[in-house]
Design a binder for this molecule. Structure first.
Ligand code: FPP
Length: 250
């Protein structure tokens, strides 16, 4: 079994910096509304928060940062907001990829890429190729992503690859086909903006992740807010089904 296959096999030390942080960046629209600005203004400022979080993750030694930028369901938003977001992603990639590369960041996009326009698809592929060998932070952007879609596409790919499989499939058969096969499961999940939901994010991988919810809106989620989330994580006792006594006397 690969070391990445399940966080239930080894107990990470919560006193440490979480290796993998996964984030639902919520509250951009409300942040803008409070200021009588159009919703898209919130997304623009939200991009600044993304920059800050990447910088801080590199500084403190987070190994994997995974950001939910656009869900499969977000296509239902007003068309002008969807098209603004697509342009924002494209421009952000064009502008930032060299800086990411210089910071030794590896960029990966997960989600169904087939629905993106040519220009965005091109920027995504170029960024992935350029940064593929980088060994610092792995930045994963989930876009046009849904946890159920991911599990289903993995099951289909697994069956296709093992047409003559006798007996039942096990977790380790599925893991290589999941979108985040290259990363350990998230240690810490953060959702800003007050809602307490997983919203079809990394359903399979969040099974044992520590969950952190905050009312802070994404554009206001600054360095101190991230530090608070990490401090909260460091106070948790991760048991993975075991008892506290077992943890005390391994
Ligand atoms: C959710 O807030 C936010 C989004 C669907 C878009 C997230 C995009 C960014 C933060 C900008 C750029 C990101 C990258 C990775 C390039 P919401 O609009 O649902 O807010 P609301 O709940 O207040 O309406």
């Amino acid at each position: 079994m690969s070391i990445f296959s399940s966080s239930t096999s080894a107990i990470p030390d919560t006193l440490e910096i979480p290796r993998h942080v996964a984030v639902i960046m919520d509250g951009n629209g409300r942040w803008a509304k409070k200021r009588f600005l159009p919703r898209v203004a919130g997304h623009k400022v939200g991009l600044e928060t993304v920059r800050g979080m990447i910088r801080q993750s590199v500084d403190i030694g987070v190994e994997y940062l995974t950001l939910f930028a656009f869900s499969s369901e977000n296509w239902r938003r007003p068309p002008e907001e969807v098209s603004f977001l697509m342009s924002l992603f494209t421009e952000a990639l064009k502008k930032e990829v060299i800086k990411l590369h210089k910071s030794n960041v590896r960029f990966v996009m997960i989600g169904n890429k087939s629905d993106f326009n040519e220009s965005l698809s091109h920027e995504i592929t170029a960024a992935e190729i350029l940064t593929a060998s980088n060994t610092g932070l792995t930045l994963t952007i989930a876009a046009n992503y849904g946890g159920r879609w991911d599990v289903l596409q993995a099951v289909n790919a697994m069956q296709k690859a093992n047409p003559n499989m006798a007996g039942a499939f096990a977790e380790e058969h599925l893991n290589p086909y999941l979108s985040m096969h290259y990363a350990p499961e998230p240690d810490l999940f953060i959702r800003t903006g007050g809602e307490k939901r997983i919203s079809n994010f990394l359903l399979w991988q969040l099974a044992y992740t520590e969950l952190y919810f905050t009312d802070t809106l994404w554009p206001d989620f600054d360095d101190d807010a991230f530090k608070l989330a990490i401090q909260s994580y460091q106070q948790r006792e991760r048991r993975f089904g075991r008892t506290s006594e077992q943890l005390a006397n391994p």
